[in-house]
Design a protein around this ligand. Sequence first.
Ligand code: 26Q
Length: 811
Amino acid sequence: MLSIDRKTFKIAFINKFVEIHGVELKDGTNQQKYEALAGIVRDYVSRTWLKTNKRNNKSGQKQVYYFSMEFLLGRLLGDALLNLGLRDVCKAALEELNINLDELENFEHDQGLGNGGLGRLAACFLDSMASLNIPGNGCGIRYKYGFFEQKIIDGKQVEVSDEWLKEGNAWETRKANKSEIVKFGGEIKVDYINGGMNFTHVNYEPVLAVPYDTPVVGYENDVVNTLRLWSAEAVSNEFDYSSFSRGEFLQAIEYKNSVESISQVLYPEDSFYKGKILRLKQQYFFVSAGIQSILRHFKKQDGDIRFLDEKVALHINDTHPTLAIPELMRILVDEEGLDWDEAWRITTNTVSYTNHTILAEALEKWPIDMFKTLLPRIYMVVEEINKRFCEELWNKFQGQWQKISDMAIISDGQIKMAHLAIVGSHSVNGVAKLHTEILKKKEMSNFYYLYPNKFNNKTNGITHRRWLLKSNPRLTDLLKETIGESFIKHPTDLVNFERFLEDKSTLEKLGKIKLANKEVLTNTILQTQGISVDPNSIFDVHVKRIHAYKRQILNCLRIMDLHNALIDNPNLGIEPRTFIFAGKAAPGYYLAKNTIELINSVAKLINNDSRINDKIKVVYLENYNVSMAEEIVPGTDLSEQISTTTKEASGTSNMKFMMNGAVTIATLDGANIEIRDEVTDDDIVIFGLTADEVFNYYKFGGYNSIEIYNNDSRIKRVLNDLINGKYHQDKERFRSIYENLITYNDEFFVLKDFDSYIRAQDRVNTLFKDPVKWQKMCGQNIAHSGIFSSDRTIEQYATGIWGSEVIYKNL
Ligand code: 26Q
């Protein structure tokens, strides 16, 4: 922890301002003030960063490298100030200069290099690794454009590119001297030397991978870890003209453009695999650069490559970085001269893999031709891995051709990345208990049978530092007042809050805090959407990526139904509610975009319907991102976690809401089950099909959505309203949603769960009417949320998978 007093901070800030802007503070813009502030915080961080690196090099502790295509960091200033223990000093120093810290923080652009849950998980993990003093590094891509910005125009999503680097990035350092070359295309020349084979890659296209390092500050522990993101650049002109291009100017420009496109943009699909060559290039690009640089560093520290697995753990976040396996093999065999078996032992002991989805459409499979042309040597390595694996299968399952072909890494003209990831790593984990069970018993049962010891569960978590301490200071203060500060380092100590829930005054305070947070959100809604909502109404919140399996449609249909009920009976005994939605749809996902439009049409109709006396309002917040989540989560009463059971691997926003004292309405899916186990059925509202019921329908059929439509007048009415012009003058506008539910038999059981959902919402209504009871529920959720800190998750990864030492003590 840094001890810097207010005066020193103030002087440092003023000096920094003049130093970087060359004007006086009083003449500066807020943007400039933000930059100066970030600048001094960076300076403070740098010293500790250097110390951490030195310490790591000396101690020889095992290093973890977390490979991920996505890191959804959000803003870093507030996080750094909190973790350095400088927030109060900084706030006070700036106040003396008439500067409001909270306002300045808004000038930082969100670092949005991720789609959703998987990318945010990676960011929470970095924070926990640093805070637990685990030498853990992130490795990814420095996309020039992050996840697109969403505008809602005429109720529809419009995508705008995310120019997050436009004003510069105070946190990164370009390390040109640590660049690596990544080779694409070309051919492999094989020479036979002394009875062995020698592989030379010729005529390849070289790409320069330049690392940009971002510090990851641990919580008050003098640790700063590193997130290394790679940017693709053309190799220098000399190289270009002499050994690669034919010296033609236009070709050189073409080469430059094609190279730079590699780290140009993050793919905005989060659950749909398309075999795009650029995506494959991105994957190999950062994996190859990352592994080369790890090995270079390892050898520089006098590491013996034969013991790599004792000193290095490589973790792959979903299958996206699976090429780490053949890339490490290639280097160990071709460049380090190890024999195959030894290289394989080292590789499998080093690599571990997390699966995040069972959606079949998200599984990565690359066409052989594309793969082979782009990565000829890597393809040979994968072929060899496949050949040996199939031999193993043959010995075990003789004659069972179907099984062998189902499990092979290469089959049907494709390379199956999940199979490669399982075969090439020592650990395969799911992200919640149910998800892991589904992997073992269903999706990957063949592999589980073969390698039972590889499979394990690591239920996700969230960093309570960002998602409680930073985003909800009011609640944090109440917790400190009541249970003391131990929960900050030991989040399961939150359970001590339970004792205070019998105390009326604590419950009242809890209510007031929630109201204050809802007022902030109310203000944002007014400012950004021009909609005025009542902070005393139930804030019923459904924010996440828009996807059929997440069932925003189910929520929307019941709002339409509630509106009908209110029109039929204006005296209906419901608590006023504000329905809040936010989230982005993949640009090519028609149904999801249509869903956004429907919600906005429903909002328009309801918000302007004077007959219902403002009892319900519907809001769609534009451009959902990490910073917006930090504002929404603390101001939520009811958290909607209503995915089709079995489809949401874990979910992590469910944990954020819980920790901030929202009540959850949920299906028994993903980590919702574990939340229920913590709070018991008393303090969560559960509805819908169970996993077994869903699997039964899949196996035996028997679900008929039309039947439900015909037998439930409420459903009939809302579905008919989709296509009779009630919500849009163009009657056909929401046809696809209707067809999905009726003609295509409602793949996600929306109609099946409708009645049970409505009844669950009625229970919520009754519970909310009794403020004491409601506040107690909220308090119970807070008290039992500690287990969902990513510190717990990371400790389990560290001890159960990576074999890293966990040293808690403050250094
Ligand atoms: C794959 C191939 C081509 C292009 C894109 C992709 C791609 C990109 C991102 C596939 C999947 C993702 C992201 C998936 C994701 O975020 N999954 C979520 O992971 C969370 C963290 O474990 C879970 O909590 C969620 O349940 C899960 O949906």
